[in-house]
Design a protein around this ligand. Structure first.
Ligand SMILES: [Zn+2]
Ligand SMILES: [Zn+2]
Length: 157
């Protein structure tokens, strides 16, 4: 994500917190900064582990509430990829939308952007007089690494 998009998300969060009268505590800032700079698709536990490396005093509930806050104001998107866990990523801005390939073997999540898929979805919606507010496109299968690993496993049969 480019710097302009990141700044826009931060500004959105600040505006939302100001409107709600929420204070920016040191713990909350650390959680937000870690979320912004961290890996995409983190679970609450992932983010908790990262922030606790800097501040042992941060608890699960604080991370949970901060992520909910980020999701509420549209800065974070909550995703579920079939393993029952909620994962969080920075929200797409209006000009970019990405979708996901999920490896059912190792759990790797690959992001892709494909304007042709976006355009085709618009076309399909228009055909049915349907106004799309949001969509998700997820493909489940086996990633290249796992396929390679399988190919090189000695055949013991
Ligand atoms: Zn895999
Ligand atoms: Zn993603």
């Amino acid at each position: 994500m480019d710097q302009i998009a990141l700044d826009r998300l931060r500004a959105r969060l600040q505006a939302y917190m100001a409107k709600k009268g929420l204070r920016s505590t040191a713990q909350r800032r650390l959680i937000v900064d870690t979320f912004f700079s961290g890996a995409p698709h983190m679970t609450i536990e992932d983010l908790l582990a990262e922030v606790r490396a800097h501040d042992r005093g941060i608890g699960y509930a604080t991370v949970y509430r901060t992520l909910k806050l980020l999701a509420e104001c549209g800065v974070a998107s909550e995703r579920r990829f079939g393993d029952g866990l909620s994962r969080y990523e920075l929200a797409d801005d209006a000009s970019a939308h990405h979708d996901h390939l999920i490896c059912v073997n190792c759990g790797k999540i690959i992001e892709f952007e494909e304007p042709r898929i976006e355009a085709l979805q618009e076309e399909i919606a228009a055909k049915y007089g349907f106004e799309v507010t949001w969509h998700k496109h997820e493909m489940y299968g086996v990633c290249a690494d796992c396929r390679d690993a399988k190919d090189t496993t000695p055949d013991v049969s």
